[in-house]
Ligand binder design. Structure first.
Ligand SMILES: [Zn+2]
Length: 336
């Protein structure tokens, strides 16, 4: 395990490497950022760096007993605190207090990983604050938080903040391909994951393809005119989340179509511009003769639908408008 395992987080990695290289770790760190962007991996590499006897500047060696034990989550000086049910309770923090008073078993520090820190209730946070205010000399606390609003300002102010951002799409796609076996569905997963591997892996590659097929079937059925479109809308009147997901898929498909439409005829579209990479031939075939303004109109209809749902417009009304609009743009796209 090394910093190479933490992808797309150059600023955070640089900062933590600098800390390790200086040999002066603070007592508490707060890793913040969306779920599924590498915070836990970074915390483990940082812990390995603190405990590795063969560390070279900011990098743990990755081979010694300490490094291997941290990677396997069995190092006796690394303590993980996770919610009991949904909550981290005061009893768990008291246990941390007792443990922190002891000497490390193997390395120079005891490292406590508290994840997600926002799961600590107020009593637990107040107890944690006491430990952070007077930390024993050889302890390092790493609080990992997906959101910081539930954390007490007094706790926040005791920690060195380390921020993790959403992953760039190409990095997320690489991770999905290399570590999760997404193959050709990696770009689609990365696009839907919005920079979070946790979000991207909500759907398996097979489920992604099934949903895309459903979105395309919906789009293709819209050629039968407004009455048929309204009938189609009815099927979705009770299926809010499902319809939002299908529309997300359709949106990505229409964007890819736009890329193909705008592309000079005769040349193949660069695959790196597409989300539905595996459907390049099909997209280029379908894009022939389509009108970009109508595709943009359809994309706007989807955006408007999403806004209406967020504003709690009745799903019945919003879906009817959506399907009528999409059918109109679908018909216009084919003309001329
Ligand atoms: Zn090592």
């Amino acid at each position: 395990m090394s910093w190479d395992n933490v992808r797309g987080q150059a600023a955070a990695v640089k900062m933590l490497q600098g800390t390790l290289a200086s040999g002066r770790a603070s007592h508490a760190y707060l890793f913040t950022g969306p779920r599924g962007v590498g915070k836990t991996t970074a915390a483990l590499v940082f812990a390995a760096g603190l405990l590795c006897p063969d560390r070279a500047a900011g990098d743990p060696c990755g081979r010694c007993e300490a490094c291997r034990a941290v990677a396997a989550v069995r190092h006796p000086d690394v303590h993980r605190v996770e919610p009991d049910g949904d909550v981290i309770r005061i009893e768990q923090v008291r246990q941390v207090q007792r443990q922190a008073a002891l000497r490390p078993v193997m390395g120079p520090y005891q490292v406590f990983l508290i994840e997600p820190a926002e799961a600590a209730n107020e009593a637990a946070q107040n107890a944690l604050l006491k430990v952070l205010e007077e930390p024993p000399g050889s302890t390092v606390f790493i609080l990992i938080a997906h959101q910081t609003t539930p954390l007490l300002p007094t706790v926040l102010s005791r920690c060195v903040p380390v921020r993790f951002g959403r992953l760039p799409r190409d990095v997320a796609a690489d991770i999905l391909r290399e570590r999760f076996g997404y193959g050709e569905a990696a770009e689609l997963g990365a696009a839907l994951g919005d920079g979070s591997i946790w979000q991207a892996t909500r759907w398996t590659p097979e489920a992604l393809k099934t949903r895309r097929a459903a979105a395309l079937a919906l789009w293709d059925a819209l050629t039968a005119g407004p009455a048929a479109a309204l009938e189609q809308a009815q099927a979705w009147h009770e299926r809010r989340d499902e319809l939002l997901e299908i529309m997300e898929m359709l949106e990505l498909w229409l964007r890819d179509l736009l890329v193909c439409v705008e592309h000079p005829p005769g040349a193949a579209v660069d695959a790196s511009w597409l989300v539905n990479v595996d459907q390049r031939e099909e997209l280029m075939r379908r894009a022939q003769g389509l009108r970009p303004d109508a595709l943009l109109g359809a994309l706007e209809a989807i955006l408007a639908f999403r806004r209406q749902v967020q504003q709690n417009v009745s799903l019945r009304t919003a879906a009817d408008v959506l399907f009528l609009d999409l059918a109109a743009h679908r018909a216009a796209a084919q003309k001329g």
